[in-house]
Design a protein around this ligand. Structure first.
Ligand code: DQA
Length: 144
């Protein structure tokens, strides 16, 4: 069984990007941890990051042909992208929305997510552990 771990815009800069908000782990650190956790739980985790909305949509479309589910941090697109929301509802596999920061403790524009209503679940505010909780939850839902 395979799972897509998908990261949106600016998350390639993790480690140096506002570490007081997002922590000091790099994206590579997080990916490696999630690949290892997946292996422990019997699931292959494939990681992808893009700063481009269309590339993220393509990745979601493609995932429905090979992945059992997706753990997705849509970054800033969370709050703006109807097209990404439509892509999530178009694919049948479960998608878990994750955020490093607690979006509800931040600016008001981050309180609204266009993704949440079409995602199976959501984890926000646990730093890199949001990914771990999201991955564990997804694997549980899938029943792997
Ligand atoms: C984020 C929260 C978003 O509001 C922000 O635009 C990001 C990162 C998070 O992981 O906390 O890029 O998704």
């Amino acid at each position: 069984m395979k799972i897509l771990l998908l990261h949106g815009p600016n998350l390639n800069l993790l480690g140096t990007r506002e570490p007081e908000v997002y922590g000091s782990m790099t994206l590579d650190d997080i990916n490696k941890k999630m690949i290892a956790l997946g292996a422990e739980l019997g699931v292959e985790v494939k990681c992808l990051q893009s700063n481009h909305e269309g590339a993220l949509i393509d990745a979601l479309h493609d995932a429905r042909t090979w992945a059992a589910g997706v753990v997705f941090n849509p970054g800033g697109y969370t709050h703006t992208s109807v097209a990404l929301r439509d892509a999530i509802s178009a694919i049948v596999i479960p998608v878990i929305e994750v955020h490093l920061s607690n979006v509800y403790a931040r600016e008001e524009f981050r309180h609204k997510s266009l993704m949440s209503a079409v995602c199976k679940g959501k984890v926000t505010g646990f730093g890199w552990r949001s990914y771990e909780l999201g991955l564990r939850g997804l694997i549980d839902i899938i029943g792997a």
